[in-house]
Design a protein around this ligand. Sequence first.
Ligand SMILES: C[S@@+](CC[C@H](N)C(=O)[O-])C[C@H]1O[C@@H](n2cnc3c(N)ncnc32)[C@H](O)[C@@H]1O
Length: 344
Amino acid sequence: MEPAVAGRPDAMVALARQFAACGEQARAVELAFAASEQLAGDGNAGTLAGQLLSDSVPRWHFNLLRDTARNQAYEDAIRRAVTPGCLVLEIGTGSGILAMMAARAGARVVTCEADPSVAAAARAVIAANGYADRVTVINKHSTAVDPAADLPELADILVSEIVSNDLLSEYVLPAHADAVARLLKPGAPVIPARGRVRVALAEDRLWEQARAGTVSGFDLSPFNRIGHPSRQIAVGSPRLTLRSEPADIFDFDFAASPAPADASTHRDLRATGGPVNGIVQWIALDFDDQGTYENPPLAGSQSSWALLFWPFAAPMETVAGDIITAGASHLVDRLRLWREPPCY
Ligand SMILES: C[S@@+](CC[C@H](N)C(=O)[O-])C[C@H]1O[C@@H](n2cnc3c(N)ncnc32)[C@H](O)[C@@H]1O
């Protein structure tokens, strides 16, 4: 703590802003976090502290904590894997919830978090819940964790939840490959063990609304060329109807090191009949050989992960049994889906 401003939260926030402006993020966060505790979010200074601390923090952090099915699936898998006193390494602390689950199951835990605000908040959460003696938060990206300096020994288990709606955009594959190679004991279990990309044919009843057509008498359709090739739809939304059985299009081993190479594939999807205007994609996490979490596009389902809908260039009418081929490719952090053009 900077002695010149100690005990004066307004001055602490002002100094934190100066540190942030000159790129001293860690000092800015330390001051803003201490000030926000004293101010309890009140007044101009409290709001400023909140802005400083939250600028880098995605809003989905708060949604995923309410995903009780996700939380339970993780806790069940952690309980199955943890033995008393074993060392769990977590990648991506967030609020600290998974690290505390591992500690509650009897593990010692080292958890790394790349974002300084999130790491500071996680330390406060972990201390408030009485786990500070069993959980160590390191404010580092996992690839910067030093096994000699940051870990008491190589870890017995890896836990992470760094999967995005398309599974890959949070760099889960290279982060895991690096941890498996450098930070874990050989053969250590990885939770989740596998991640699958699932797809089905679908009709989005709001397909038209995400496109530019005729507006004020002008044809804006060329604008569609700069539209995103996929759109997010909330799980359980009634706008979506499935038009085929689901299929896995990619299945990744999260213990693979080196990371799986970029690849392309395709899957034949048998239509159940009716209008089809795109492919819906979601994820499944296989924690071990017993537990799976999925965010399927089914009425009544809920998830903190969104579905990704990959619209066709034009809707089509199908009859039951029609085969439509979905193409897919992935890079290290990116997924692409499309409808293969029919062969004539
Ligand atoms: C989706 S949140 C999950 C948080 C928490 N583990 C949970 O399950 O609620 C992922 C967190 O991991 C962090 N993160 C992502 N990749 C990371 C990496 N390779 N090393 C360290 N932190 C990472 C992000 O900043 C984010 O806070």
